[in-house]
Unconditional design. Structure first.
Length: 389
């Protein structure tokens, strides 16, 4: 089926020195930011580049533009090979769009779903490689400074499989700092009771800020001592998910059903979630060392130690920097027999899994979050003119 002529409802438009034209939807899902794949063509001549457009739809009017400007301002300080570049933002029909680098490949969530579809697990080497690359990006982001040399104290707050981009060349990039916390001057404060970031991968200290607020804590969901160790917890959860081939907080039994202390239901997430926010929060808050040890018991010894340390509920007992976590992951990879696992090996594993899943998808239906990576089964195709498929 041909691509819709007007993907995502966005017509070609010009802003500044560029003409933009949407190619197709990349992500259109209530749990994640809408992303459109588009071309950016210089009006004065030059090469046409594929980019990603992210509409800022959570806020309206001036606040939406301010949020877009904040994300762009933060991105100016983030120049790292493992962080997706943000080129700027444009406004079309009064709606701001973040313009981001497009890395040909897929999101980590797409690959994990594809592996599940064909009955495979990501190799421990692949999981450790991806996590090490993301840890490298986080260490850089956590140490970033503004133009005056002041620490930004940046915390991503949304590290998860849909913010980790896997290139078909084996490269790994952390994306989407739109929910990041930082001490960038002029930032709009988060609305009271609004949980920014991804609740499925959020660190317990952020949730505890609401359950047991600290003295002089202005925002109940932003602890005064919030720092990069929150992202380390999130990355630890992603690593464990890659290794287990399942979301670690999906309980195999009735665990967490009869908790004496529960997360307050009045807090709302920035976006809808597959599970109720209260359920996710309660699982995170009660995912202690015993639960981690039980989940990780069949993993290679060195990776058991990494996830156990990354997922300590108390930040003081976790890795104190993403660089420390990266070091242990790379140490694991270099200790493996044969050639150390790297971009070339990751490229081969990703390609093999996607090919298997693509062949299977011709026969079986399985809904995707990311569009355009796997072929669409006949029973999922839309016959509506111009419909998003």
């Amino acid at each position: 089926m041909s691509e819709p002529k007007n993907p995502g409802g966005l017509k070609p438009f010009q802003v500044g020195d560029f003409r933009y034209e949407a190619v197709r939807p990349l992500v259109v899902h209530p749990d994640y930011d809408t992303l459109l794949l588009a071309t950016r063509e210089p009006l004065q001549g030059g090469s046409v580049k594929l980019v990603v457009l992210k509409p800022i739809v959570m806020e309206h009017g001036r606040e939406a533009r301010h949020r877009a400007l904040e994300e762009v301002s933060l991105s100016k300080a983030l120049r790292h090979p493992n962080i997706a570049t943000v080129y700027g933002y444009v406004v079309h029909d009064e709606l701001p769009y973040i313009v981001m680098e497009h890395l040909r490949g897929c999101f980590l969530l797409t690959l994990m779903d594809a592996a599940w579809l064909v009955g495979r697990r990501l190799s421990p080497d692949f999981a450790a490689y991806v996590a090490a690359e993301v840890a490298d990006a986080l260490d850089y982001a956590h140490r970033c400074e503004d133009d005056e040399g002041n620490p930004l104290k940046l915390v991503h707050r949304a590290v998860g499989p849909m913010r980790i981009r896997l290139g078909d060349n084996g490269r790994v990039k952390l994306t989407n700092f739109g929910a990041a916390y930082s001490e960038l001057l002029g930032r709009i404060p988060t609305r009271r009771g609004l949980l920014r970031g991804d609740p499925a991968y959020i660190a317990p200290e952020i949730l505890l800020g609401f359950v047991k607020p600290e003295a002089r804590q202005r925002d109940p969901l932003t602890p005064r001592k919030l720092d990069g160790r929150a992202d380390i917890f999130s990355l630890g959860l992603v690593l464990l998910e890659m290794l287990l081939s399942r979301y670690p907080l999906d309980p195999p039994d009735k665990l967490w059903e009869d908790l004496e202390e529960r997360f307050p239901p009045e807090v709302r997430a920035e976006r809808s979630t597959l599970l109720p926010l209260e359920t996710l929060a309660n699982r995170v808050l009660h995912f202690g060392p015993e639960e981690v040890e039980c989940a990780a018991k069949e993993l290679p010894g060195p990776l058991q130690k990494v996830v156990t340390k990354a997922l300590r509920p108390n930040p003081a007992e976790r890795y104190q920097s993403a660089d420390d976590m990266r070091y242990d992951l790379r140490d694991f990879l270099h200790a493996r027999p044969g050639r150390p696992y790297g971009a070339k090996e990751a490229e081969a594993e990703l390609s093999e899994i996607l090919k298997e899943a693509s062949d299977l998808r011709k026969l079986a239906a399985h809904p995707d979050v990311e569009q355009g990576v796997l072929p669409e089964p006949p029973d999922l195709k839309s016959d509506e003119p111009g419909g998003v498929h």
